[in-house]
Design a protein around this ligand. Structure first.
Ligand SMILES: C[S@@+](CC[C@H](N)C(=O)[O-])C[C@H]1O[C@@H](n2cnc3c(N)ncnc32)[C@H](O)[C@@H]1O
Length: 201
């Protein structure tokens, strides 16, 4: 048996995922963070970036059925009930305009980003792409987050991490760096959670 198969077999989340009908293991990361910080409030406005195949969307559909849920990904995604999906590159202005149209003047209470760039294998290039996405997410947040709102964003440890964390600390009253249990320990991914967005004009 290959090491990959061995690891997969050991991975309790694979089995748990199948039994819960979740499309990706990512669902558990959001559930775990939500259990601790109560981020998803039923009736709220949530935007989710990097949504395919839809694991986080499924969690939103379940926990925010009375609210607005907008998801975006480069890839196509099978529909999830109560989630508006936009297929496109979040970095494209036209895609951000489409999201603003769906928001129709409503401000976002929770902005989620699980965006991960396609890896080239070149560490420097990959980190730069990652933080280009992060800067864009934060810029979108500046425009659409409600005062007091929250941002949960995936980042990768390495070049750019400290600077990005500093920026987040300016915009949010409370900032946490989190590694949910469901995130593989060997992965450099962590999530930054900003709570209490401070709007500046
Ligand atoms: C880790 S996956 C997301 C998993 C998802 N949150 C879930 O729960 O199933 C990262 C996603 O980011 C998307 N992505 C990367 N760059 C993007 C971009 N510029 N615009 C939109 N989506 C992007 C990828 O297509 C990929 O589906």
């Amino acid at each position: 048996m290959s090491r990959w198969h061995e690891r997969q077999q050991k991975d309790i989340y694979i089995k748990k995922r199948a039994s819960m009908g979740y499309r990706s293991r990512a669902s558990f990361k959001l559930e775990q963070l939500n259990q601790r910080y109560h981020l998803i409030k039923n009736g709220s406005v949530v935007v989710e970036l990097g949504s395919a195949p839809g694991g986080w969307s499924q969690v939103l559909s379940r926990l925010n059925p009375r609210g607005v849920n907008i998801a975006c990904d480069l890839l196509t995604m099978d529909p999830v009930a109560r989630v508006d999906f936009i297929q496109g590159d979040f970095l494209e202005k036209s895609v951000q305009v489409k999201m603003a149209e769906i928001l129709n003047g409503q401000q976002i209470s929770l902005l989620l980003s699980d965006l991960a760039p396609n890896l080239t294998g070149n560490r420097v290039v990959d980190q730069a792409r990652c933080y280009d996405l992060c800067d864009n997410v934060l810029g979108f947040g500046h425009l659409h987050l409600v005062e007091g709102g929250a941002l949960l964003i995936k980042v990768f440890h390495g070049q750019g991490f400290d600077d990005f964390l500093k920026t987040i600390r300016v915009d949010f009253k409370q900032v946490h760096v989190l590694k949910p249990d469901a995130s593989r320990s060997e992965s450099r991914e962590v999530y930054i959670l900003g709570i209490g967005f401070v709007k500046r004009n």
